[in-house]
Design a binder for this molecule. Structure first.
Ligand code: HEC
Ligand code: HEC
Length: 402
C-alpha cells in the first residue's frame, strides 16, 4: 500500500479549529531597539521599487503546490543568484568572520552540528540552528514564534540583532554595504534589481529569495510515496513508515503533511495553521516550566499555556541535522526515539502541559530500526549538493562540501 501523508493533514485540519491570535512579541521588542536606519529599512521592505516580475521555475515535482511568496518580493532567478552569493559571503558579518552559511551549512541540510549556534563575535546563542529545508512552506519562522511569518522579517534577526550578536551588522551598516559595492557584485545587483545600487532592502530580499529556493522533494520516500517507485524503500523503511503514521506512535499528528510539519502554508491551503506543542522535554517545577533560558512560545504570547511550546520542525533531511530539538539536547535520532518512547524526558514525562499525543510506547529492537530507516529515507541526497556547479563570484570553494 502506498500511504499518502496528505490525508493525515486533512484529518488534522478539521480537528484543529481557529489558530491563536497574534500578540506582541519578544522579537517585535527587539525590532524597536534597532537603529533608525533599520526602521527605514522595514518601511522600505514593503515600499521600495521592484524590478519587473519574472516567472520563476520552482522545479517542484508534479502535484506539489507552490509556496506563497510576498507580493513585494516575487521570486526571480536573478535574485536567488544574488541571494546565494550573499548567503555564503563572510562580508555580511561586521568582522568578516561569519556568513549565513557558517551556521546553515549545505552538507547538514543548512543546519550545523553544534548543540546551539555561535555568532560572529563568539557569543553563544541559546538555540540549535534550524535546517533550511522547504522554509518557503513554513507558516511561522524560528522554533517558537507565532507572529514571525515572513522570511524577510526573520532574516533581520541574524543580521542586526545585538544580543546575542550573530552577524552583528548594527553599527557597521555603511562598512558592510561598501563591501558589496564592487565590480564583482554590480552585475548581480543589476540583474536582480535593474541597477547596481546596494542597500539592505535589496540584500534582505535577495537572501529571502535564496532561502525560498531551498526546496527538497527528492528523497527515497518521495520516490516511493509520490513517484510510484515501489522499490525506492526497503521493507524495513516501509514498516517504519507505517509505524510513523500509526495511532500507536502518533508522530504524524504533529509531523504530518508533505513537509512533515503541521506548520505549513501554500497555494492550495485555505487555513492559516500555526501549531506549537509541548513535547515534555522539561518540567522544572512540577507545573510544566521549561528552563528560564528558553521557554518557547510563552515568551511571545505571554500566555501560560504556551509554556514549552515549540514548532514541530520538518523531518525532511533529518538524518543530516543532528543534534535535535530547540536546544540541541538530544544528540542522535536514537535518542529522539527513546525520548518519544518514554513519553518525554525525566520530570517532563509527567508535565501537565505535555501534548496528549506524547503518551509513550514500546518498540522492539527491530521496530526501532524500521523507524530509523524510515527517517533516513527522508534524506534528499541531492539537496545542498548542487552548489559547486553554479558559481556566482567564483566562490566554488565556499559552495563545495568539506
Ligand atoms: C550564528 C548562527 C546563525 C547565523 C549567522 C544565521 N543563522 Fe539563521 N538561524 C540560526 C538559529 C539558531 C535559528 C533558530 C532561531 C530561533 O529559533 O530563534 C535560525 C533560523 C533561521 C531561519 C528560520 C527557519 C525556519 O524554518 O523557521 C531562517 C530562514 C534563517 N535562519 C536564515 C538565515 C539567513 C538568511 C542568515 C544570514 C543573513 C542566517 N540565518 C544567519 C542560526 C544562524
Ligand atoms: C505533539 C506533537 C508531536 C508529536 C506527536 C511528535 N512530535 Fe516530534 N517534534 C515536535 C516538536 C514540537 C518538536 C520540537 C520540540 C522542541 O524542540 O522542544 C519535535 C521534534 C522532533 C524531532 C527533532 C527534529 C529536529 O530537527 O531537531 C524529531 C526527529 C521528531 N520530532 C520525530 C518525531 C517522531 C518519530 C515522532 C513519533 C514517535 C514524533 N516526533 C512525534 C512535535 C511532535
Amino acid at each position: 500500500m502506498c500511504l499518502n501523508p496528505l490525508k493525515a493533514t486533512t484529518v488534522r485540519l478539521r480537528l484543529q479549529g481557529p489558530v491563536q491570535c497574534w500578540l506582541k512579541s519578544k522579537w517585535m521588542r527587539v525590532t524597536v531597539v534597532l537603529p533608525c536606519s533599520l526602521s527605514a529599512l522595514l518601511l522600505c521592505l514593503s515600499a521600495c521599487q521592484e524590478a519587473p516580475e519574472q516567472t520563476y521555475d520552482w522545479r517542484l515535482p508534479a502535484g506539489f503546490p507552490q509556496p506563497l511568496v510576498p507580493q513585494d518580493n516575487p521570486m526571480t532567478a536573478a535574485k536567488v543568484d544574488l541571494g546565494k552569493a550573499l548567503f555564503f559571503s563572510q562580508d555580511l558579518s561586521f568582522n568578516q568572520q561569519q556568513s549565513c552559511a557558517s551556521c546553515h551549512q549545505p552538507q547538514h541540510a543548512f543546519s550545523e552540528g553544534l548543540t546551539t549556534a555561535i555568532g560572529a563575535s563568539g557569543q553563544k546563542l541559546r538555540r540549535n540552528t534550524l535546517a533550511l529545508v522547504n522554509v518557503a512552506y513554513n507558516s511561522t519562522l524560528t522554533w517558537a514564534h507565532s507572529g514571525l511569518t515572513r522570511i524577510e522579517q526573520q532574516i533581520l534577526i541574524p543580521m542586526f540583532n545585538e544580543d546575542p550578536i550573530e552577524l552583528g551588522i548594527t553599527g557597521h551598516e555603511s562598512a558592510v554595504l561598501a563591501r558589496f559595492q564592487t565590480p564583482q557584485y554590480a552585475p548581480l545587483f543589476t540583474e536582480a534589481f535593474g541597477d547596481d545600487q546596494v542597500n539592505f532592502d535589496r540584500i534582505v530580499k535577495a537572501l529571502a529569495s535564496f532561502v525560498r529556493s531551498l526546496t527538497s522533494f527528492n528523497s527515497a520516500f518521495d520516490r516511493y510515496a509520490y513517484q510510484g517507485d515501489d522499490q525506492a524503500l526497503s521493507a524495513s523503511a516501509i514498516r517504519g513508515m507505517d509505524l510513523f503514521f500509526s495511532e500507536r506512535l502518533e508522530c504524524f499528528h504533529c509531523h504530518g503533511g508533505f513537509n512533515f510539519t503541521q506548520s505549513s502554508q501554500h497555494q492550495n491551503q485555505r487555513l492559516d495553521l500555526r501549531p506549537f506543542h509541548n513535547t515534555g522535554l522539561y518540567n522544572d517545577d512540577g507545573q510544566g516550566a521549561y528552563p528560564q533560558r528558553d521557554q518557547g512560545l510563552i515568551e511571545v504570547t505571554l500566555q501560560g499555556h504556551d509554556m514549552g511550546h515549540f514548532r514541530a520542525p520538518t523531518l525532511r533531511n533529518v538524518a543530516r541535522t543532528a543534534p535535535y530539538m530547540h536546544d540541541g539536547s538530544l544528540a542522535t535520532l536514537q535518542e529522539v526515539l527513546a525520548f518519544y518512547a518514554a513519553g518525554g524526558r525525566g520530570q517532563g514525562i509527567t508535565s501537565p502541559l505535555k501534548d496528549t499525543f506524547i503518551q509513550g510506547f514500546s518498540l522492539t529492537v527491530e521496530e526501532q530500526q524500521d523507524l530509523l530507516n524510515f527517517l533516513e529515507s527522508l534524506t534528499d541526497e541531492q539537496f545542498g549538493q548542487s552548489f559547486d556547479t553554479e558559481k556566482p563570484l567564483n566562490s566554488d570553494a565556499m559552495f563545495s562540501a568539506p
